[in-house]
Design a protein around this ligand. Sequence first.
Ligand SMILES: Cc1cc2nc3c(=O)[nH]c(=O)nc-3n(C[C@H](O)[C@H](O)[C@H](O)COP(=O)(O)OP(=O)(O)OC[C@H]3O[C@@H](n4cnc5c(N)ncnc54)[C@H](O)[C@@H]3O)c2cc1C
Length: 640
Amino acid sequence: MNHTQGPDIRDTKAPSGPIEERWEKRKFSARLVNPANKRKLHVIVVGTGLAGGSAAATLGELGYNVTSFCYQDSPRRAHSIAAQGGINAAKNYRGDGDSIHRLFYDTVKGGDFRARESNVYRLAQVSVNIIDQAVAQGVPFAREYGGLLDTRSFGGAQVSRTFYARGQTGQQLLLGAYQALERQVAAGTVTMHTRHEMLDLIVSDGRARGVIVRDMVTGEIERHVADAVVLATGGYGNVFFLSTNAKGCNTTAIWRAHERGAYFANPCYTQIHPTCIPVSGEYQSKLTLMSESLRNDGRVWVPLRKNDSRAPGDIPEQERDYYLERIYPAFGNLVPRDIASRAAKNVCDEGRGVGPGGLGVYLDFRDAIGRLGRDAVEKKYGNLFEMYERITGENPYDVPMRIYPAVHYTMGGLWVDYDLQSTIPGLFVIGEANFSDHGANRLGASALMQGLADGYFVLPTTIGDYLADGPYGDVDEEAVAEAEVKVRDKIERLLSVNGTRTPDSFHRELGKLMWDYCGMERTEESLRKALERIPELREEFWRDIKVTGTAEKLNQVLEKAGRVADFFDLAELMCLDALVRTESCGGHFRAESQDSDGEALRDDERFAHVSAWERTPGGPVLHKEPLEYEYVKMTQRSYK
Ligand SMILES: Cc1cc2nc3c(=O)[nH]c(=O)nc-3n(C[C@H](O)[C@H](O)[C@H](O)COP(=O)(O)OP(=O)(O)OC[C@H]3O[C@@H](n4cnc5c(N)ncnc54)[C@H](O)[C@@H]3O)c2cc1C
């Protein structure tokens, strides 16, 4: 796949001046819309996870006329409900040295100096408001004996700033956002459409003006127009088929917006989470996360000897290698995810992995149970232990958990400016769907923070500046009809192939290819192989896909086929992006670029930029957004 290089892209909305004042400055300069006019302005929000749910609720509360979509049967089933471990905020309740500046610093460093300073600083500032907002909604965060909210530590930080609700933080936060959303539904400011899938973006006179959706129950194709569109449609980790994401997570909404002109930023930045239950067989279709919070008390180890088949309890202390504590004494088991994942891969590659196929390491609570008692461990992690036991049949109170890295999060997404607006005017992108504030590696507990910062606080302010010029008048009928015809044609094409293979079988094959060639470690050779094989497999897909049923009613095979078709195109762009970025940074590890200790070696001279891809009929065009660091000095990351 060839590409060309276009002119650099700049974030023209980011204010200048002292970093602490930039968000205040932007809030003040953003134009306001008077309350009477807000009612006349219509905003479509696609997605009801933490980002979309909080955004729709807040926009409704502000008085805008909002239409919200999700493909689940209820907004509260969005994938955000799966989040387990917690949400970061610079409250410093513990007095352990935390501050907005430290959260900013940790996040820029954690992202391996590939995120924008202005955005990350704003995220750290807004983090404190999120906790207040959630508490006011009644989110039952864990509390200490004295009544203060409790916190725990997550990777990449030496302070304890992660607020949590047992192992169900996402669920509790989502219930809060959902209640706020339903309040607006009842008030008539938000109209909710569940079980509707967005299949195209309507762009009229260069502006995002609506969406084409399919009613997943009746099959009806509907058009909805508005003055602005917000995509909060989550991440695309399921391009790897096996991931910790909910099965429904997909790229269709952002990919089709990309086809309409929205640039796609850093598509290759994928987060591999170190603590997941290892793959157990060929026919598995889902991987399960064991929350990073477990690394607060669990110790990661493998046998010192290769191919040691003894049961863990029979391996004496001096024959164990607590390799994270050994290699990274300063952060120990709490190194960031990219580092912990690669370290696990390395010990397994050395032949010291445990469990079937040697693809696993131990996460051991023996010492924590000895120190704190079983009850205390159960209070903190009980539901995670239970989930582990149900899946593996092993009791982690008695034997160490076995874990292995798995695809978990995508730092890439649609390019947005400081206002969260994409390269298509009127198209805003929030939450995991945008390329976000996490650079090349997201720190644990920062996704919920970013999604809620975007939805409750940032977007509702910045979108006003765009809407202040609205209403934008009638939408060009031709643009709507063209988008609708495109959607119908694609559905028709999928149904008419009538081949022999299921969408899942293609998806599984594509996912394996991506994991093998564009997974935890990438090389020029592996990426070139993937770029050769993906178009062949895509061609096979369009020749041999079998979609049973019809388009006129519920048809999950059809839904899947459409999503897999988009995954093919996205996979190709991911591999191209990974190929062009010959440095290693964060979750993107190019084997050719490592230091003498095997750590990721950045090339700041050539790659201190965001890669923003434009899709054109002549092939992908790469635009670079240079990244500048004024407040955090770019250094080689060290957690030793
Ligand atoms: C197992 C697991 C545990 C996690 N734990 C944590 C944690 O402890 N802390 C943390 O910070 N992060 C955690 N994360 C990450 C975090 O949960 C996600 O990044 C975050 O919830 C994403 O929120 P979102 O609102 O952007 O998207 P989502 O919650 O994925 O919501 C997407 C929404 O978009 C809708 N949608 C998508 N496409 C379409 C379409 N085409 N048409 C209509 N609707 C569409 C869906 O219906 C849904 O409503 C975890 C992730 C996983 C997988």
